[in-house]
Design a binder for this molecule. Structure first.
Ligand SMILES: Cc1cc2nc3c(=O)[nH]c(=O)nc-3n(C[C@H](O)[C@H](O)[C@H](O)COP(=O)(O)O)c2cc1C
Length: 190
């Protein structure tokens, strides 16, 4: 029998945000998911990430913020677009923004700290799906918007690594093609 962790890693798939619904994880499960995200490699123990949680009404409030910023940053967005923005975070019961925060440390350059934030995103996905939820790591436009940066009150050394949407999968995602190991992995030879 395959080891359950390997089985999980070999079968995990992201779920489309539109296919995520209620229920979301309980408070206890959220704590487990976040704790799993803190157990990532972190050179020099700099904790180069933090998490912002959006649940319940905070999702509609943030939707209002997104629609306002969209109006400011885009030329003539349609009513449909503004409604889409207003409902963005309603697609899942829980959205976790992973904020990468880089500090100056010559022993652990920026690249390593950013990689650690990516690992935190991946651990969120793995933990959420291990608990039976569907999840997806998304950046879309608001992961890169100056207005959203300001609304999230990010410091100059901070950046959005991703928004991890978590909920119950309404449908099972189909398998997608993966790269062949023969193309991407080989023994080093001089
Ligand atoms: C940094 C990052 C940003 C991403 N942003 C988006 C996004 O904005 N929208 C989206 O549909 N998928 C996005 N993806 C891809 C999905 O998270 C997912 O990896 C992809 O759909 C493949 O599914 P899989 O995880 O089952 O392989 C992003 C992935 C990464 C690593």
């Amino acid at each position: 029998m395959t080891n359950p962790t390997i089985e999980h890693l070999l079968t995990r798939r992201s779920v489309s945000a539109n296919s995520l619904g209620e229920p979301g994880p309980s408070q206890d499960e959220i704590e487990q998911i976040l704790t799993a995200a803190t157990r990532v490699p972190d050179h020099k123990k700099l904790v180069p990430w933090r998490f912002l949680l959006f649940q319940g009404e905070a999702r509609t409030e943030f939707g209002e913020v997104l629609a306002e910023i969209c109006k400011r940053e885009e030329k003539d967005p349609s009513q449909f677009r503004l409604e889409t923005e207003a409902n963005r975070f309603m697609r899942a019961p829980l959205v976790i923004a992973v904020i990468s925060r880089v500090v100056n440390n010559p022993a652990a350059p920026e690249w390593e700290q950013v990689l650690s934030a990516g690992a935190a995103c991946q651990n969120l996905l793995i933990a959420a799906t291990a608990l039976g939820y569907g999840a997806r790591w998304i950046t879309e436009w608001y992961g890169y918007s100056h207005g959203v940066r300001a609304a999230l009150k990010l410091a100059d050394n901070e950046r959005v690594a991703g928004f991890v949407y978590i909920g119950t999968a309404k449908e099972k995602p189909e398998e997608r093609e993966r790269p062949s190991l023969a193309d991407i992995a080989r023994a080093w030879r001089r």
